[in-house]
Design a binder for this molecule. Structure first.
Ligand SMILES: Nc1ncnc2c1ncn2[C@@H]1O[C@H](COP(=O)(O)OP(=O)(O)OP(=O)(O)O)[C@@H](O)[C@H]1O
Length: 458
């Protein structure tokens, strides 16, 4: 499995050599996440590779901060958030709080963590039980944790309703009688009920009308200050993240690609993926032109992450192997697109019927590699050390062996980005403690303009 080899190639960080995000020692760390993995095993008839939803992430969460978690859909944000509050079981790695590893807690200790760590879900429509009254929904965690007396619980629910901007008389109403914003207030009250110190906010406003979003965000920020809460804020909307987060982690295909203080990261992203992600944000003022880096294609499947750097299949700053400097950008791009075509065709999650046909020895895929190769390469003339492996690769793919076809091209034309997974490197030793996962940070590959243009949003 390709993911295995990528791990084998990576300089494996231990607790001592992972960049210590709080190396200044001035910050109070609530949670230390180290090499955390959450994989989902395939449960279908034919088995298959696990989904590597979270695949070795390390960072610290400081007490009282709002840590943003961003990245394209499917990169593992929700899985990471759910693993931190133990709604998912970690496959490997540690989450340490006050010397205890949350991933191995059980019994009373686990119960305590389930009280101290809460989650607010994205969709208040589906996350609240419509058969319970709002009061019962908020009271449920108090009952589960046997919090004080029943009378005190009822009083607490009434206080919480008011605290989140609802009214006492809402106790006996049902969720469907409320607007989206009000329902999210109920979700927040429920999360607050057992006095947690850490809350995962999983896209808490993205299902709401824009006019309501600001009210809910303001409520969350007020509550944080008042109750000394620590937030992990998962979001798609980067302008919201910029507005409310102290620091940001950028995730791609189960890994953290960049980590740093929000404003510095938005002003001067260091990782090619962060630059691409941020430059896709529309400018509020349409008269202001910004330079953009457009990302090619879609992320690879988390069942079959690329060997080497996970972002290597789309990276605009990808390092070329020695000896191919003469090829034009266009020619090089065509080769990368061809590799993507092969990758797509050899994806390890064919449908059940395809798998069945495969097992029966029947033809499963149409031989359309020639067509792609024709479109990409017919108008180009390559030197023989490029042309030959491409031709061999086309032949292998036409024989139905896309895996070998990919290997031929990687062996002949691959670079360090294809062969070696970069570690998360500290890129700034000062208080700001930034880190980024990219071979371009190594002196021998440094090229300041390699990621293409980037102009920050003002
Ligand atoms: N219970 C599950 N079983 C199998 N695969 C899962 C499960 N939950 C999530 N996944 C897969 O894990 C990967 C990460 O999903 P996750 O929901 O964590 O990503 P995300 O970044 O939160 O996405 P989004 O922004 O769309 O919510 C995806 O490929 C997803 O399909």
């Amino acid at each position: 499995m390709s993911g295995d080899s990528s791990e084998a190639n990576e300089t494996s960080p231990t607790m001592s050599n992972i960049p210590d995000i709080d190396s200044t020692g001035t910050d109070d760390v609530l949670l230390s996440v180290r090499e955390l993995k959450t994989h989902y095993e395939e449960r279908s008839l034919f088995g298959g590779d696990p989904v590597r939803a979270v695949d070795g992430v390390s960072f610290d969460v400081r007490r009282g901060e709002t840590l943003g978690l961003v990245g394209e859909s499917g990169c593992g944000k929700t899985t990471l958030g759910r693993t931190l509050v133990r709604l998912e079981e970690a496959t490997d790695g540690n989450i340490v709080i006050d010397g205890d590893d949350i991933t191995t807690l059980s019994g009373d200790d686990l119960q305590r963590w389930r009280r101290d760590a809460q989650i607010v879900f994205q969709d208040p429509e589906s996350s609240l039980n419509d058969r319970l009254t709002v009061g019962e929904i908020i009271r449920e965690p108090l009952d589960v944790h046997d919090w004080k007396t029943p009378t005190e619980r009822r009083q607490r629910v009434r206080n919480l309703l008011e605290r989140v901007g609802l009214r006492e008389e809402h106790y006996y109403r049902y969720p469907h009688q409320f607007s989206g914003g009000q329902r999210q207030r109920v979700g927040i009250a429920r999360a607050l009920a057992v006095e947690p110190e850490f809350i995962v906010l999983d896209e808490p406003v993205s299902a709401l009308d824009v006019s309501v979003q600001a009210q809910i965000l303001n409520l969350l920020m007020d509550l944080q200050e008042e109750l000394d809460l620590t937030y992990l804020f998962i979001a798609h909307d980067l302008s919201v993240v910029r507005h409310i987060c102290d620091r940001v982690a950028v995730m791609y295909l189960g890994k953290i690609m960049e980590f740093g203080p929000t404003e510095q990261l938005f002003q001067d992203p260091e990782n090619p993926y962060t630059r691409s992600l941020l430059s896709a944000v529309p400018t509020p003022d349409p008269t202001v032109e910004r330079e953009r880096t457009t990302l090619r294609g879609t992320p690879p499947s988390p069942r079959d992450p690329p060997d080497g750097c996970v972002f290597s299949t789309r990276c605009p700053a990808k390092i070329r192997p020695d000896g191919f400097e003469e090829l034009s950008e266009d020619d090089w791009d065509a080769i990368e697109v061809f590799r993507e075509v092969l990758r797509e065709r050899s994806r390890t999650d064919p449908s059940l019927s395809e798998r069945a046909r495969e097992l029966l020895g029947l033809e499963t895929r149409l031989p359309d590699v020639d067509e792609a190769a024709g479109e990409l390469f017919d108008s180009r003339s390559f030197p023989s050390d490029v042309q030959e492996p491409i031709q061999q690769s086309i032949t292998a793919a036409n024989n139905g062996d896309e895996e070998h076809a990919r290997e031929i091209i990687t062996a002949a034309l691959g670079s360090v980005c294809d062969h070696e997974a970069p570690s998360l490197l500290e890129t700034d030793q000062s208080d700001s403690a930034r880190s980024s996962r990219c071979h371009r940070h190594r002196e021998e590959y440094a090229e300041p303009d390699a990621s293409g243009p980037y102009s920050p949003e003002p």
